[in-house]
Design a protein. Structure first.
Length: 141
């Protein structure tokens, strides 16, 4: 069954996605960064060219020819080359999440984002998924 991890209190969801992607790749996992629109895909693509500052994290878009061999793929549809780790940057649960071994949901720190995050948490919990939670706000203090 898919493992679901929530990271709440993110000050910058895209940077958090980069950090979590880097950690996953260092641990030998392949990552799909699932975004809601092309604008966010472009911002994330740009960030990944500079993250981490001392290295390069190979990545591409899901429609690119090299997507099947790339450790990090950015996509906004259901065209993905693996089913290891899905990092969702959506406000809703992706309909295809159960195809993945692990899903990460990143929740921002504002009230509206927190409410949407609680709704997604409830969705997964009500369906019996294993849930884990990390409060990023507590890690900063």
């Amino acid at each position: 069954m898919t493992r679901i991890d929530f990271y709440t209190g993110s000050q910058d969801k895209l940077r958090t996605a980069c950090q979590l992607s880097h950690k996953a790749v260092q641990n030998g996992m392949r990552v799909l960064l699932h975004v809601p629109d092309d604008g966010m895909a472009e911002k994330l693509d740009s960030l990944l060219w500079h993250y981490p500052a001392t290295a390069f994290m190979p990545h591409c878009r899901s429609g690119d020819a090299e997507a099947a061999t790339m450790p990090v793929v950015i996509g906004r549809d259901e065209d993905f080359p693996h089913s290891e780790l899905l990092i969702s940057l959506h406000d809703e649960c992706p309909t295809f999440f159960s195809r993945f071994e692990r899903v990460i949901e990143i929740v921002g720190h504002d009230t509206e984002e927190a409410a949407r995050g609680r709704s997604r948490f409830k969705f997964y919990r009500d369906r019996g998924y294993e849930l884990n939670h990390t409060d990023l706000g507590k890690l900063r203090t």
